[in-house]
Design a protein around this ligand. Structure first.
Ligand code: GDP
Ligand code: MG
Length: 136
């Protein structure tokens, strides 16, 4: 059974030249890239994507950061793709993320943790529609 997940290489990851590193890990794992786009988000799209966090104190900061420069949006496909990519990414807090994970290897700050990955198949379906409305 194949599944899809929405991944973002966030503006910090693009700025730091980590696009290739992230995609290499994804492909090495066996997940397939089925859509990919480099773009800068507008604030409305960012707020829609992160709607679940709209009441959090860091929401403004999160929206400013995710719109601060180009990001890479990807759709990945594979068995248990949602869980598989979350395992590659590591924990939200990069300091608590094990070495060997994307965040564990590349980040120190919770706000700039290199990647986003959908947290459930339902979130993935919602997020894929935001980023690639007529592709799937
Ligand atoms: P994720 O699913 O692991 O990305 O984590 P969440 O869905 O909980 O949070 C979304 C994103 O908000 C995280 O990836 C962080 O970039 C950011 N974030 C989470 N907590 C904080 C915080 O306390 N401060 C700031 N500035 N950003 C945060
Ligand atoms: Mg999340």
């Amino acid at each position: 059974m194949s599944e899809r997940t929405l991944v973002l290489i966030k503006p910090d990851g693009v700025k730091r030249g980590l696009i290739g590193d992230v995609i290499a890990r994804v492909e090495r794992k066996g997940l397939k890239v089925v859509a990919m786009d480099l773009r800068t988000l507008d604030a409305d799209t960012a707020k829609t994507h992160y709607a679940e966090h709209s009441e959090r104190p860091f929401f403004g900061e999160l929206v400013d950061f995710i719109t601060s420069g180009p990001l890479v949006a990807l759709v990945l496909e594979g068995p248990r793709a949602v869980e598989a990519f979350r395992a590659l990414a590591g924990l939200t807090d990069p300091v608590k993320s094990a070495p060997g994970t994307i965040r564990g290897d590349h980040a120190l700050e919770i706000a700039e943790n290199v990647v986003h990955g959908s947290d459930s198949p339902e979130s993935a379906a919602r997020e894929i529609k935001i980023f690639f409305p007529d592709r799937f």
